[in-house]
Design a protein around this ligand. Structure first.
Ligand code: NAD
Length: 500
């Protein structure tokens, strides 16, 4: 691992934090209790801003505004083309403010600034555009009923939606949930993660400028056990779309079951296998494997953190990995040459370090890294373990940090069995030029996304979501739009009939 040189990107403008209050019914307001909480800059461990701490009463107000906007307001009733026009304007405003939004997420979440400014914020704008394009193409089907009836379906917006998001990519999370909900004609109450509340408030301000009517987007910043729990148990919310940990997913489903039986979509954790077969080009695959595991400090749900390497190329893979990891730069995410910034907060930092200790204790070999950096901020070395067995905690648990487990395998059947021996099923990477192996493995792995000879090949049109305990209900692609809609069936006799 290399340390960064300390020179920030010369064009960086550190923005003033303008939006720190709840956004309810089109206005920025204090929480009813007047309480605030600190959001911390993980680069410096300093307080970045004091943010309004929403609780149950604030969620009630936000839901009331969203309910009124849904039942009485224009948004669900607008022609789809008009929703599209407003959403396209919203997306343009996101692009225009990309530098500021990128800096906010870099300071709040530790996302790499060059990536955020160059791709990730524009990616959020494009997600909104993708769903804007769908807003006037939502229609049902004409049915062929068995008797002499005409039958058809209407696709109606599901209603008031609670959107609860994690901290790893605050802008992407906002766009991939709010985009399809708006296109469908829903109204929303968003609860961003308490670690990264700032950009969601900025997006709400831009949406208002674009012409999204008051009450359609509401943001309640605050903690999961209070504001989040109030959303998942609310009697007047029709759907909760959640991204976060499997533990919280259980709680949200329980709350939905014991309140109003609202629909629930859960995008949860993962422990994805990255499988490298003996015919793969090791020189090309090693950098991909590193990024696939360490990207965003390893804080990505689809991180390929279990690397399975076929025994014929195992030694070569390790020696190339050693070369590449030496040039992996850890440092301030505002610096342009940096590959890895800080973990999002002290809690995650401690959690990752404790897994590294557990890996050593359980007998894995520490191949590289393994320590925190001796500097301010939540920086951890990229850490690679070898001689990892499938039952070790570093191989079974989602660490959500820069920790890679490398394992050796012999046969196709063996690696399929071992790749599937996890409670998760979010993604997998399959590196081979052998078509038969690629086809067999991709159909045998129980995961929602399989990347063959690539990794993180995200696309607006590619649905992402889990199998098994990684959850259900997709984000992204046209699949995501479906969860914000419900089907109404309508039947009428074609002419006077005995059923009239
Ligand atoms: P988390 O579950 O702790 O928190 C996620 C959100 O849920 C936050 O907004 C939090 O405040 C809220 N929350 C917490 N307790 C709640 C409760 N009882 N009721 C309602 N809301 C509650 O997860 P995290 O630590 O913020 O994020 C990391 C996790 O997210 C990882 O497991 C990761 O794999 C997962 N993730 C999944 C995807 C995906 O697409 N599948 C994407 C990103 C992250």
């Amino acid at each position: 691992m290399a340390q960064s040189n300390g020179k920030l990107e010369h064009s960086v403008k550190i923005p003033e934090i303008k939006f720190t209050k709840l956004f309810i019914n089109g206005e920025f307001v204090n929480s009813i209790s007047g309480k605030t909480f600190e959001t911390i800059d993980p680069r410096t461990e300093q307080v970045l801003a004091q943010v309004a701490e929403g609780d149950k009463e604030d969620v009630d107000l936000a839901v009331k505004a969203a309910r009124h906007a849904f039942d009485e307001g224009p948004w669900p009733r607008l022609p789809g083309a008009e929703r599209r026009r407003i959403m396209l304007k919203f997306a343009d405003l996101v692009d225009e403010n990309a530098e500021e939004l990128a800096a906010i997420d870099t300071m709040d979440a530790g996302n790499l600034y060059s990536f955020a400014k160059g791709q990730y914020i524009h990616g959020a704008a494009n997600q909104i555009r993708y769903y804007a394009g769908a807003a006037d193409k939502i229609h049902g089907e004409t049915l062929k009923m068995s008797r002499e009836f005409q039958g058809y379906t209407l696709m109606e917006p599901i209603g008031v939606v609670g959107l609860i998001t994690p901290w790893n990519f605050p802008s992407t999370m906002f766009a991939i949930k709010v985009g399809p909900a708006l296109a469908a004609g829903c109204t929303v109450v968003v609860k961003p993660a308490e670690q990264t509340p700032l950009s969601a408030l900025y997006y709400a301000h831009l949406a208002k400028r674009a012409g999204v009517p008051d009450g359609v987007i509401n943001i309640v910043t605050g903690y999961g056990s209070t504001a989040g729990a109030a959303i998942s148990s609310h009697m007047d919310i029709d759907l909760v779309s959640f991204t976060g940990s499997t533990v919280t997913g259980h709680r949200i489903m329980q709350a939905a079951a014991t309140s109003n039986l609202k629909s629930v979509c859960l995008e949860l954790g993962g422990k994805s296998p990255f499988i490298i077969f003996k015919d793969a080009d090791v020189d090309k695959i090693v950098p991909l494997a590193l990024i696939g595991c360490l990207y965003n400090q390893g804080q990505i749900c689809v991180a390929g953190s279990r690397i399975f390497v076929q025994e014929e190329i195992y030694d070569k893979f390790l020696s190339k990995l050693e070369e590449h990891v030496k040039n992996w730069v850890v440092g301030d995410p505002f610096e342009p040459n940096v590959h890895q910034g800080p973990q999002v907060d002290k809690k995650q930092y401690d959690k990752v370090l404790s897994y590294i200790e557990l890996g050593k204790k359980q007998g894995a070999t520490l191949f590289s890294g393994g320590e925190a950096l001796d500097r301010k901020g939540y920086y951890i070395e990229p850490t690679i373990f070898t001689d990892v067995t499938d039952d070790m905690a570093i191989a079974t648990d989602e660490i959500f940090g820069p920790v890679m487990s490398v394992m050796k395998f012999k046969t196709v059947e063996e690696v399929i069995r071992r790749a599937n021996s996890t409670k998760y099923g979010l993604a997998a990477g399959v590196m081979t030029n052998d078509l038969n192996i690629a086809n067999t493995v991709s159909r045998s792995i129980k995961a929602g996304t399989i990347w063959i000879n690539c990794y993180f090949a995200f696309d607006d049109d590619l649905p992402i979501g889990g199998y098994k305990m990684s959850g259900f209900g997709k984000d992204m692609g046209m699949d995501a739009l479906q969860k914000y809609l419900k089907t109404k069936s309508i039947a009428t006799p074609i002419y006077n009939s005995p059923w009239l």
